[in-house]
Ligand binder design. Structure first.
Ligand code: GDP
Length: 292
């Protein structure tokens, strides 16, 4: 869809402030956990992390793997590994605290061993970074586990910016690092709208639903045609939305198509994974080079 305009909800001032805040926070961190959406491993990453977290150890976690196509997720893992990062597919909503701790410890094993050889048992400090809605809070809650108290205010640290002690040698910054969605790349911005990274109330929902249907018809034609009763997945634009309305019976009085209802349901079903496990991005396809 050529005339889709990505809504901009991050302004230059906003971004500059976030960038400063994150750069400050990252200074105190040993390991950055970059969370992205397994259905969009390209679009849900912000290449700015490379600058912000340069020189820091980093784990990339493809979250919501339960919603993505497992084969495509494995391809992404192989590709991202080639760029030198440790990467795992996870499902934050079911993840156990022990599993996350072991992923973190494994990623920093060398540093821990090196410092141990010098007689120091190092406390690792981690923070979680990602664009809106990729599951940062869910992940942090799982990592915090139940009944873990905050270590309390440290001098110069505000209440919403506290360290939580996970194990005697692992501390977590309890505020997620909120990255702005990438808006330089219009395709990425559009896909971020599908996963709810950009608020719906400033979007043209009809256009967004059409765009999602088009993406689905390309990347997952069989589930898309079954779910929306599309006989002809070659359709594009409004014709595609009309066909879905007809197929699913989203009609108003006088048999007019109910675009509002259609758009809401199409987006909700995608966000909730109710159309099966679908990845919208494959490595090495157009516009999905792996960020290094
Ligand atoms: P944040 O904005 O990055 O902090 O994202 P949240 O933690 O608030 O999560 C956004 C939504 O994604 C919530 O509805 C979560 O329940 C859901 N979510 C988080 N992780 C997963 C996951 O691994 N799988 C699924 N299916 N949903 C998840």
């Amino acid at each position: 869809m050529d005339n889709f305009t990505a809504p901009i909800n991050w302004y230059p001032g906003h971004m500059a402030k976030t960038r400063r805040l994150l750069s400050d926070q990252i200074k105190k961190i040993d390991l950055v956990i970059e969370l992205c959406d397994a259905r969009l491993p390209h679009s849900s990453r912000n290449p700015e992390v490379n600058r912000l977290a340069s020189g820091k150890a980093r784990i990339i976690l493809l979250n919501k793997a339960d919603l993505a196509d497992p084969d495509i997720t494995s391809q992404w893992i192989r590709e991202i590994k080639k760029t030198g990062y440790e990467v795992h597919a996870i499902e934050s909503t079911r993840l156990k605290q022990k599993e996350i701790i072991s992923i973190i410890q494994h990623a920093k094993e060398d540093t821990v061993k090196r410092t141990l050889a010098r007689g120091i048992k190092k406390t690792l400090r981690v923070m979680v970074l990602g664009v809106p809605n990729v599951g940062k809070s869910t992940f942090i809650n799982q990592l915090r586990g139940k009944g873990i108290a905050q270590t309390g205010d440290r001098p110069g640290v505000t209440k919403s910016n506290q360290w939580v002690q996970i194990t005697p040698y692992l501390e977590l910054l309890d505020t997620p690092g909120l990255l702005w969605p990438r808006l330089d790349d219009q395709i990425a911005a559009k896909r971020l709208c599908y996963i709810g990274s950009i608020k719906d109330d400033i979007l043209d929902m009809h256009m967004l639903a059409i765009s999602l249907l088009e993406d689905l018809a390309e990347s997952a034609p069989v589930p898309a045609s079954e779910r929306f009763h599309l006989e002809n997945t070659q359709l594009r634009g409004t014709d595609l939305l009309d066909a879905a309305c007809k197929g699913r019976g989203w009609l108003l009085k006088g048999n007019q198509y109910d675009y509002d209802r259609a758009a809401r349901i199409i987006l909700d079903e995608f966000r909730g994974g109710r159309r099966g496990r679908i990845s919208l991005e494959k490595p090495h396809c157009d516009n999905t080079e792996v960020s290094v």
